[in-house]
Write a new protein. Structure first.
Length: 317
């Protein structure tokens, strides 16, 4: 178990992504994945109120609804659920009134009294940050939310959020959720991790497996013939540099009897301030690799080898 920042939340060091629930995994498949995850020791589920409004016929909130129905059906003990606000079609942005209404709607879909971890999903610079910070603080004060967090915020805006929260005397963020993985490192390592270290925030990275590329499944830059909706997203990483990362992951994984995906997650867990990478599974068969990634411990030399092969330096004029 690992602690999320300065919160009282101790979680399994891998968060199950709920973005596929109601999208590439229907209700039955989602229930099966959630069952397998919890039976394997998992207890941390990540979703958002906007999942999956992009799917034709969906209106947003489908993932939360499925998770809520699963919680009601299974009544699992100790499962921590994180969700987010700002992207639901009916509750866009981070104005105070919207944050409140969105949180109440999420509570209803999840069927819970309190949201364990509530993220501002994307920064909304059309709203004074002090208004948003105060709105999140009021949710905590009123018992609707246990802990607040931010996702997709710059280091400067995270620092400003913390400073405002301290000044007005409301709950400060305990976590930050950035896009971070072996093929997307620099910005997070140069700007986000330092601010997380400064304020004791836990990192809960999304796209941990780079849309599936870091499973080793996609080794061609041509997504044609791939059945997954994520194939195009994964294919863009299948460059010579990307494939060298896959080869190194495979070599290290083989030494541990582990998969490429599990090894990639283990590398991410070894990075400063990282609490629990987020990874999703469409099928029960994909769950064991995620669970293994939460338990695999790489040696310092193995981490260094992956650091070296995935290092990227921008070209200069």
């Amino acid at each position: 178990m690992t602690r999320i920042g300065n919160s009282d939340l101790d979680v399994f060091p891998l968060s199950l992504g709920g973005n596929v629930f109601g999208w590439t995994a229907d209700r039955d498949a989602s229930f099966a994945v959630l069952d397998a995850f919890v039976e394997g020791g998992g207890d941390f589920v990540d979703t958002a109120d906007g999942y999956s409004a992009w799917v034709p016929g969906n209106s947003g909130g489908e993932s939360e609804t499925i998770i809520g129905e699963w919680l009601a059906s299974r009544k699992p003990e100790g499962v921590v659920v994180a969700t987010k606000v700002s992207q639901h079609p009916d509750f866009t942005g981070l104005a105070a009134s919207n944050v409140r209404k969105a949180a109440e709607a999420s509570l209803g879909r999840l069927g819970v009294d309190t949201i364990d971890l509530y993220y501002a999903h994307f920064d909304d610079e059309t709203v004074p940050l002090e208004e948003t910070v105060a709105a999140f603080g009021q949710l905590v004060a009123d018992g609707l939310v246990r802990n607040v967090a931010v996702s997709n915020y710059t280091a400067d805006r995270i620092r400003e959020w913390v400073e405002i929260a301290r000044r007005i005397g409301v709950a400060v963020p305990v976590a930050v959720q950035p896009h971070y993985n072996l093929v997307h490192r620099n910005d997070v390592e140069e700007t986000i991790i330092p601010v997380a270290e400064e304020f004791g925030l836990g990192l809960v990275p999304y796209y941990s497996l780079a849309s599936g590329f870091l499973t080793g499944k996609y080794r061609s830059a041509d997504p044609e013939g791939q059945s997954s909706p994520r194939a195009a997203g994964a294919a863009k990483y299948a460059t010579d540099a990307g494939l060298r990362i896959i080869d190194t992951l495979e070599q290290i994984g083989d030494a541990h009897g582990s998969s490429i995906a599990a090894t990639s997650l283990a590398w991410l867990r070894a990075q400063p301030t990282v609490v629990a990478p987020i990874a999703s599974a469409r099928t029960v068969e994909q769950v064991p690799d995620l669970l293994a990634g939460a338990r695999l411990e790489l040696t310092a030399d193995e981490v260094e080898a992956l650091d070296r092969v995935s290092a990227w330096t921008p070209t200069t004029a």
